[in-house]
Design a protein. Structure first.
Length: 246
């Protein structure tokens, strides 16, 4: 289980980040991360694994705001199960710095998608997208039944149709914060591969997607997935069980 992160906004650094939309720009604000993670962030068991791309070792995060209705953002993940085993996504956690009230059209959806060679979501969601009205802090999305995924896949949040959403999404902070060195090049290499994207809107998808570069490196959303690695025995058993009920 995730424990809530407690943040203190120690310094505000506002920047306009132009993405590929001609009608708007994101704003990012620096905030101090004062508490780390507790025991929930483990490597998993022999039959499960967790995929995490962000790194908050230098103590700062970016808060991304200024989203437009029906914006599509998310993370392109690689399955962590060993070769030869199937991978079923069971849970995803994403951190929103600021949540939103109900009744204003701010409820979005979270879906799991196949991706193309550019890590862009393709086709309809693998499973029916789930509604999500984000709270401030960690938001858990459980998938039941679990979602079978390929080697690469995307988990994408689509913002609701409400105008002027207060929602803000949290990422790590590659650039130097008001204190300390740049995380990129210190905590992880400058060659770190990007996994977090803006994919346009539902009516105007963007591919390839845009990353969230803070002037030093691409920032990664505080977003992870847990998956269950399915053995051949489990696959065979499930196939037999389905046959019994045809």
């Amino acid at each position: 289980m995730h424990s809530r992160l407690r943040f203190v906004v120690l310094a505000v650094v506002v920047a306009v980040v132009g993405l590929s939309s001609p009608t708007w720009a994101l704003e990012k604000t620096a905030a101090r991360l004062t508490d780390g993670f507790d025991g929930w962030r483990s490597a998993g068991t022999s039959s499960s694994c967790l995929v995490v791309y962000y790194n908050t070792c230098q103590g700062w995060v970016w808060i991304w705001g200024g989203w437009a209705p029906e914006d599509q953002v998310g993370v392109c993940f690689s399955a962590c199960c060993p070769t030869g085993l199937g991978a079923d996504v069971d849970t995803s956690y994403v951190h929103f710095w600021t949540g939103a009230p109900s009744g204003y059209g701010y409820t979005g959806t979270v879906g799991v998608y196949n991706v193309d060679e550019n890590c862009c979501p393709t086709g309809p969601a693998i499973a029916t997208p789930q509604p999500l009205l984000p709270l401030s802090g960690w938001n858990g999305i459980g998938f039941s039944p679990e979602v079978r995924v390929a080697t690469e896949f995307a988990v994408m949040f689509t913002f609701g149709a409400g105008v002027g959403t207060p929602l803000t999404v949290t990422s790590d902070h590659p650039d130097a914060g008001p204190t300390g060195p740049a995380a990129c090049g210190t905590c992880y290499p400058t060659s770190r591969v990007n996994h977090s994207y803006y994919w346009g809107t539902t009516s105007s998808p963007l591919c390839p997607g845009s990353g969230f570069n803070d002037g030093v490196c691409d920032a990664q959303f505080l977003w992870d997935v847990s998956m269950h690695c399915v053995t051949s025995v489990e696959q065979s058993s499930w196939g037999s069980l389905k046959n019994l009920y045809r």
